[in-house]
Each structure stands twice: as C-alpha cells, then as structure tokens.
Design a protein around this ligand. Structure first.
Ligand SMILES: Nc1ncnc2c1ncn2[C@@H]1O[C@H](COP(=O)(O)OP(=O)(O)O)[C@@H](O)[C@H]1O
Ligand SMILES: [Mg+2]
Length: 267
C-alpha cells in the first residue's frame, strides 16, 4: 500500500505503467491498418502523461492496450511490473480505472446517481465516499437524477468521480474534457492533478494542446501508430502551445507529402 503525498491513499497501490514495443494491426474491409507500430514508453506513478495526435493516430488503441483491454500483436504492457495480459479480470478492474470518450460506457443509463454509487459500493471505500458526495454537490449533481437525464458533460464528470473514488493505481482517460465547457474542463484537470498527487499514474488523451501542456508531466505525440516525440517535464516547462502546434503541423504535413497525399490543412 502506498501512502499518498497529500495524506490520502491509493487503495489498489500505486504502480508504474510501461509499454514495450506495442504493435497492433486491424483488418477492416480488406485493408490493413497498423494502429500501433512498436510503441515503447514508461508512465511513472504520480505523473500525468498526456497523449496527443491527429484522428486515427492510435491514441485510443494505445489507451485500450494500457488498460489490458486489447490483445496486442506484439510487445507487452506492464502494470506495476506485471504483464497486464496475465492479470486476472477482477484484480485488473481494481488496479486501473478507465474513462471512455462516451461516458455511458462506464455508467448504467437507467440508474440514479445514488444507485450508481451503491453499485460500486464495495469498491468505493468509506474514506472516499464523503469526498465523492461533496464533489457531486460541488458540480450540482443531485443524487436522485437518473444517469440518462444528465448531459454528456455531467455524465463524464460523474464517471470520473466514480473512477477516482475507487482509488485505482492507474487511471486512463480518453478525451475526458471533449464534451465539457471551460469551467468543467478545468475541474477535470484539477481532479487529475489531485489524482497524480495521490500517487496515481494518470494517462489521458486530449486534442486540447493548452490543457495537455498545463497538466502533463510528460507529453506523447502519436502519429500513424508511432510515438513521434515524448517531451518530459524538463522540456515541457519551456514548451509553448504555438511551438507545439507548429511541431505537430509540420510533422503531419511532412508525412502527407512523403505519402504523396493532399494536406487537408492547406487544400
Ligand atoms: N476495431 C477496429 N477495427 C478496425 N480498425 C480500427 C479499430 N479500432 C481502430 N481502428 C483503426 O485504427 C486506427 C487508430 O485508431 P484509434 O486508436 O481509434 O485512433 P485515435 O484514437 O488516435 O483517433 C484508425 O485508422 C482506426 O480507424
Ligand atoms: Mg480516439
């Protein structure tokens, strides 16, 4: 059991995430898509790793692989030093929390918030129940509301709070702020920073470069299934949004030119 830096507790135990030479190929309508082309990276506990990249660059596939939800064609994901494909489903469910782009994938549409909380009952420890209640009040979520009547943004916040209340060692989030207004997106970032302070390894996908730069301890740029660049904290401190945007733009333009494809950004 790892004691959190702010006095809280990561109930499942903090753990590093590591991916080594991850490869994944999909076949769709006779086409082969190399979604991950040998990705190697370490995501230490207590840090936030942000993943950026254009559509189809492999971000969601990598997140699924990190969560042990995907059978890789090659390479290994290690969760706390253990091969994730060898960890049993029940243990894995305690070790990592996942927030999908579509929050209803993590929730039960016909349940009230109270019912959702009791569903997770044995996973949400007494210590975090109070925190969960007060956060729901802070974001004005009446616990008698049925999940399907909430806005997508509210569902996303609820799903995040339910994941955090379980205190997994690792949290994986796919574009968690995409459906949120500026204020609630800031709240999510605040919660992710808090989770990292507790020792949780946080990995999130974002299209918002400003947000990614604001919270990330390391920033990964994926393109066409490859990890093009990984900026660590030392470099991130001086990396400006404009410079990052130019880097991404130039890389994508060069890749399109190499493949002899038109650049939608300039056509
Ligand atoms: N289940 C699947 N079957 C076939 N192709 C897929 C599947 N999932 C993802 N892909 C393809 O793999 C590539 C990477 O997808 P994804 O990881 O979802 O990218 P991103 O999240 O960066 O947009 C895309 O070309 C996508 O169409
Ligand atoms: Mg995606």
């Amino acid at each position: 059991m790892v004691r959190a830096r702010n006095g809280g507790e990561v109930l499942a135990g903090s753990c590093d995430l590591e991916v080594s030479e991850a490869r994944k190929t999909y076949t769709a309508m006779g086409r082969t898509i190399r979604a991950l082309r040998g990705i190697t990276v370490r995501m230490p506990h207590g840090e936030i790793s942000a993943i950026i990249g254009t559509n189809g660059s492999g971000k969601s596939t990598l997140l699924q692989a990190l969560g042990g939800l995907l059978r890789l064609d090659g390479g290994t994901v290690y969760l706390g030093g253990r091969d994730v494909s060898r960890i049993g489903a029940a243990e894995l469910a305690c070790m990592r929390g996942i927030l999908y782009q579509e929050p209803l994938r993590s929730l039960c549409a016909g349940f009230t918030i109270t019912e959702m909380m009791s569903l997770y009952g044995d996973r949400i420890k007494a210590a975090t129940f109070g925190e969960l209640r007060s956060t729901l009040e802070r974001i004005n979520l009446d616990r008698n509301r049925v999940v399907s009547t909430l806005s997508v943004g509210q569902q996303q916040l609820l799903a995040l709070e339910l994941v955090l209340a379980r205190r997994p060692g690792v949290i994986l989030l796919d574009e968690p702020t995409a459906a949120l207004d500026v204020q609630n997106a800031a709240l999510v970032c605040e919660r992710l920073l808090g989770a990292a302070k507790m020792g949780i390894s946080v990995v999130f996908v974002s299209h918002n470069l400003e947000e990614a730069l604001a919270v990330a301890d390391q920033l990964l740029f994926l393109h066409e299934g490859e990890l093009v660049k990984c900026w660590r904290a030392e470099e991130l401190a001086s990396l400006r949004e404009g410079t990052l945007r130019d880097f991404v733009r130039e890389h994508v333009a060069a890749a399109l030119a190499r493949a002899n494809l038109p650049n939608p950004a300039t056509n």
